[in-house]
Design a protein around this ligand. Structure first.
Ligand SMILES: [Ca+2]
Length: 284
């Protein structure tokens, strides 16, 4: 009897502990338990990349050789050569190789993934811990596009760039908003953050975007470097277009209008290594 009571009490303690982590012990596990939450924010979605392959319930590959609207040189594939999970890290790998697909022949391959209709958020905090590639013509990006496009074609419905880096300046990252009218009536505003020593290819860094109604903030390693509160769209009132659902994109572009092409100095392969992607909602 005594033994059974002890067991019963133990069972309740275990049950209470499990419940206090926010997951029902029998229900579906939405998030990885034990993820630390920044003050004022509650975990809503995350990928720690603990599996053996990309989680298709969270991500979708974008396979094409169309150049991303920027005359980029890569063919994005869904092959393990270009994207794999290793040591609880997501690796997006750009290769210099001849590759031919339905969109034609390209001299580089890479990968681009998104959370469209699997992870879509209006407001939130987005944390991405990653090590970035380097070299002339190398262009990694963590960014967001509108999931519904209610204000019209790019960039009337907006674009939020959490982090972009040009590999020829591997110590500097950019945070940018694109908005205004549909191309070519669009505009953009943003700024950059530079490391005082070293570069983003040498070690992991935390890239954070905090998006609230009427205000968007950018951080690197918890250091705030930009706030934007002014934008517009020709097809809606402020805070449009940044008052609708957006989804995440991670990609490693090669070449294109902004970075220019790789040259003899560029070393391949190049990798983005992502430790985790975590999305938080403002705590009630
Ligand atoms: Ca991880």
């Amino acid at each position: 009897m005594c033994y059974r009571i002890t067991n019963f009490v133990l069972f309740f303690i275990v049950l209470l502990t499990m419940c206090s982590k926010g997951d029902s012990p029998t229900g579906p596990k939405k998030n990885t338990p034990g993820i630390p939450e920044p003050e004022g924010w509650t975990l809503d979605w995350n990928d720690e990349f603990n599996g053996t392959s990309l989680d298709n319930s969270k991500w979708e590959y974008e396979v094409n050789g169309r150049g991303g609207g920027n005359n980029e040189l890569q063919y994005y594939t869904d092959r393990p050569e270009n994207l794999f999970i290793k040591d609880s890290m997501l690796v997006i790998q750009a290769l210099k190789e001849n590759y031919t697909g339905p969109d034609g022949a390209r001299n580089y391959t890479s990968a681009r993934i998104r959370t469209l209709n699997k992870g879509d958020w209006k407001y939130g905090r987005f944390d991405i811990r990653a090590k970035l590639p380097y070299g002339q013509g190398i262009w990694p990006a963590f960014w967001m596009l509108p999931s519904d496009g209610v204000y019209g074609g790019w960039a009337a419905s907006g674009e939020i760039d959490i982090m972009e880096l040009l590999g020829q300046e591997p110590q500097k990252v950019y945070g940018t908003l694109h908005y205004g009218g549909q191309y070519p009536q669009n505009t953009h505003t943003g700024t950059s953050y530079s490391l005082k020593t070293g570069n983003f290819a040498q070690d992991f860094h935390l890239f954070t975007l905090e998006w609230e109604e009427g205000e968007i903030r950018w951080y690197v390693d918890g250091q705030h470097y930009q706030t934007q509160t002014q934008w517009y769209t020709t097809n809606g009132k402020f805070p449009a277009p940044f008052n609708q659902r957006f989804h995440l994109l991670l990609n490693l572009a090669i070449g294109g209008n902004w970075p220019g092409s790789p040259d003899k100095s560029t070393i391949f392969p190049q990798q983005i290594v992502v430790d985790y992607v975590r999305v938080f909602k403002k705590s009630e």
